[in-house]
Write a protein that binds this ligand. Structure first.
Ligand code: ADP
Ligand code: MG
Length: 564
């Protein structure tokens, strides 16, 4: 039979498909499996109305087989198949999607989930194959046809034999080159891995003959040397129903924990699981986890934030950074959305607008869940804060305090009166009637701050002090400026405003009287201080150092230590 040529544009397009569109070769399998799943969906959809189809949902499957000797990987499905004409139109014309047309022609129901739309995924097979053979028999037909192509130079279609309805795609895997390894696509464990990675939630079983070995009977004991024999076993590679699509009642805590540990490589159960289905401006399912501990590289440049992004159960990106603000970068998990418009490689989205809407909604969700956790399980929240609180404080500081509304309620600080971590809301609720400010003190450790001479007077008034021990703390507080209309005030700031009017008068008077003494002291200390003056803030200590203006002594220290 004469070889048919791909249309001229198609040739260029095919060349593009093979060489430039995809970042990873392994994606070919995702595309072929998606097509098989679509084909099954179509037949299943038909069976809903056409009762002469005696197939039920359980009968459908996708089968993979490897033949190392002949270098072939075969994907078989018992879906709707293709007629001669359809082979010609759908595989001979690039960028023609039979699936998209099917979706448009039929009023699709909820339990069908056609993936195809661009009409290009199939050609990804040529990235790894020197020849692709498609043997297909359409539903309702007794004839089968075989489509063969080795890439840009066209294809042939010939009648052939096939006993059952459906499609076999037989890939002749390329030989290794110096730069590229193709042999890997003939390894069962590699194939298994790719299926797990991209197609774990395809709703039909993806099965493969797995070769295994076992100890031969009667060997390996009683002094007989062990001998092994190989046998094959059909294994279903995919989990099919995504845990996040199940309802919460169906999933146990253990299921969530196991899923988290397996998928996100943690040894410990997560501190908190957030499972939600959202509809509205953005429709998506999310399954998010807050780890119990910060990963070892969390506070380094090497840490990469991001959530997995799925479109209809098919993995699109492994680490979508845009889904998380930096201050929630510790969150792990995934988002699955049906209404993402993907770009042609299905590795990215066409618009980041959709992503932004989802990201905003997720951010709100995480914030609310953390706030809830703070209320319902303070111990767990404290643990969370020990691990990730620093990141929240950086969040308040960065972006010129724009994030403060989001984050201020989530912050905790040590407190002078409570001897534990307290929130700003708790502080404010305990404020004395005559107390104007939220007082804070900075220092290396709680113990050090407790000994600050300035702390005494404030504590004496019965006012609580927040003890700030992280370098970032005071920067964050300066960014917030106030909380519930109460300004923050450092206890080492010049003017603490603790005195009554009469006391202020008194200080002024005494300062006048001792002018000469202060002048002499200033002269003796020279440049080390900018001013010597009387203080009302001392009780048992004779002197203290304070700073004036916006910066506290601690901040000055931090700033001085920074490289310039
Ligand atoms: P898409 O899946 O985006 O439509 P593809 O290039 O992956 O594009 O496939 C092109 C078309 O070929 C599909 O729309 C479908 O009509 C047909 N097709 C591909 N694989 C199969 C299959 N296994 N069974 C039936 N039809 C298939
Ligand atoms: Mg496809």
């Amino acid at each position: 039979m004469a070889k048919k040529q791909f249309k001229a544009e198609s040739k260029r397009l095919l060349d593009l498909m093979i060489h430039s569109i995809y970042t990873h070769h392994e994606i070919f399998l995702r595309e072929l499996i998606s097509n098989a799943s679509d084909a099954i969906d179509k037949l299943y959809f038909k069976s809903l109305t056409d009762h002469s189809i005696s197939l039920s949902r359980e009968d459908f499957k996708i089968h993979l087989s490897l033949d190392k000797e002949n270098r072939t990987l075969t994907l078989s499905d018992n879906g709707i198949g293709m007629t001669q004409e359809e082979l010609e139109n759908n595989l001979g014309v690039i960028a023609k999607s039979g699936s998209l047309a099917f979706k448009k022609e039929n009023d699709m129901q909820d339990d069908v989930d056609i993936i195809g739309q661009f009409g290009v995924g199939f050609y990804a097979a040529f990235m790894v194959s020197s020849e692709v053979k498609v043997v297909s028999r359409a539903y309702g037909s007794d004839d089968a046809y075989c489509w063969i192509s080795s890439g840009v130079d066209g294809y042939t279609i010939e009648p052939c034999r096939k006993d059952s309805v459906g499609t076999d795609v037989i890939l002749k895997i390329k030989e290794n080159t110096e730069e590229e390894n193709f042999d890997e696509f003939l390894e069962q464990y590699r194939i298994q891995g790719i299926v797990k990675k991209y197609s774990d939630y395809i709703r039909y079983p993806i099965q493969m003959e797995m070769e295994r070995s076992k100890l031969k009977e009667g060997t390996g004991k009683d002094g007989v040397d062990p001998e092994y024999e190989t046998y094959t076993e059909t294994e279903t590679l995919n989990s099919m129903v995504p845990i996040w699509k199940k309802s919460k009642e169906e999933v146990s805590e253990e299921d969530y924990n196991n899923f988290y540990k397996e998928k996100f490589f943690d040894f410990e159960d997560p501190l908190k699981v957030i499972h939600s289905k959202t509809e509205g401006a953005a429709t998506y399912n999310a399954l998010l986890f807050i780890p119990a501990k910060a990963p070892f590289n969390y506070y380094t440049k090497d840490f990469e934030k991001g959530l997995q992004l799925y479109s209809n159960g098919v993995l699109i990106t492994d680490k979508c950074a845009d889904l998380l603000p930096d201050y929630f970068s510790f969150v792990k998990g995934l988002v699955d959305s049906e209404d993402l418009s993907l770009n042609i490689s299905r590795e990215m989205l066409q618009h980041d607008r959709q992503l932004k809407v989802i990201a905003k909604s997720i951010e709100k969700k995480i914030k609310n869940e953390l706030a809830k956790l703070m209320k319902s399980d303070r111990e767990a929240y404290n643990k969370f804060f020990e691990n990730f609180g620093l990141q929240l404080k950086y969040g308040v500081y960065s972006n010129y305090g724009m994030n403060k509304e989001q984050l201020q309620d989530l912050l905790l600080f040590h407190s002078s009166s409570e001897n534990k971590l307290v929130s700003l809301a708790e502080y404010v609720s305990r404020m004395k009637e005559e107390q104007k400010y939220i007082y804070y003190a900075t220092g290396e450790s709680v113990a050090r701050i407790e000994h600050l001479p300035q702390a005494e007077l404030v504590k004496d008034k019965g006012f609580e002090i927040l003890y700030l021990t992280d370098d970032i703390d005071e920067f964050a507080i300066q960014m917030m400026r106030e909380y519930q209309e109460k300004q923050f005030k450092s206890i080492s700031a010049g003017d603490l405003d603790l005195e009554t009017e009469e006391e202020k008068e008194e200080i002024k008077k005494q300062e006048e009287e001792n002018k000469d003494l202060f002048a002499a002291m200033k002269e003796a200390l020279g440049d080390k201080v900018s001013k010597v003056r009387l203080s009302q803030r001392l009780k048992s200590h004779p002197v203290c150092l304070t700073s004036e203006g916006g910066l506290s002594l601690e901040m000055e220290k931090v700033l001085n230590a920074m490289p310039t």
